[in-house]
Design a protein around this ligand. Structure first.
Ligand SMILES: [Fe+2]
Length: 210
């Protein structure tokens, strides 16, 4: 388990989560493991030249892990048991995300599941808790190299936490007025709209309560 207090607002964490423009600069090792991240893209549909690359199944265009890699770990390899009921598509995806705003996301890999939970401690502090869940077989498998896996995921989360803290400092700058969204940040736009809708709903509720 990783528990960490990040000096940033919880919304900054989700803004960062919803784009990969930061990936080539911030996540060097992850960008090697998931080559499309190294292009600053989250998936094939983000490619501005998608029509030219539509038939190209190389991972830098199609997404998924680099050739020969099987999971998110330091060396990209599986050590020990994998989940037996996965479809070939789930196996090939390398990572399958499920997001539950505003407090959690879960990532499934072929050999483990990672959960990340967020609890706001204040306007500029958020507690992050990450857990790595393994099958009972993996936990007793002498070939399982759990440290290899946890070290890699921890590195990625630490990199994100660091850049979120830099972002929070930037928002405190006297010169900051507003940011500009890039086309690749359409998911941030969706997130901003989600926050606005939730605010409006809460205001409506409190109006009714008066
Ligand atoms: Fe990131």
């Amino acid at each position: 388990m990783l528990r960490k207090v990040m000096n940033c607002n919880w919304k900054i964490f989700w803004e960062n989560f919803n784009e990969c423009l930061h990936c080539p600069g911030v996540h060097k090792d992850l960008s090697r493991l998931v080559p499309i991240y190294g292009r600053g893209l989250m998936g094939r549909h983000d490619d501005p030249e998608w029509a030219r690359h539509a038939d190209n199944d190389a991972p830098e265009f199609a997404g998924g892990l680099r050739a020969g890699a099987e999971t998110w770990s330091r060396d990209g390899r599986v050590h020990g048991s994998v989940f037996s009921s996965l479809t070939p598509a789930e196996r090939a995806a390398g990572q399958t995300y499920a997001t539950n705003l505003p407090s959690m996301f879960v990532v499934g890999h072929v050999d483990y599941v990672r959960t990340v939970r967020l609890v706001p401690l204040g306007p500029e502090q958020t507690e992050l808790t990450a857990e790595w869940l393994f099958s009972p077989e993996a936990l007793v498998d002498p070939a399982a190299d759990i440290d290899n896996i946890v070290a890699f995921g921890t590195q990625v989360l630490e990199e994100d936490a660091d850049i979120c803290e830099v972002n929070q400092k930037g928002l405190r700058s006297m010169r900051h007025k507003a940011g500009v969204l890039m086309p690749e940040e359409y998911d941030l736009h969706r997130f901003h709209n989600w926050v606005r809708e939730r605010h409006a709903a809460l205001e409506h509720q409190s109006d009714l309560g008066r």
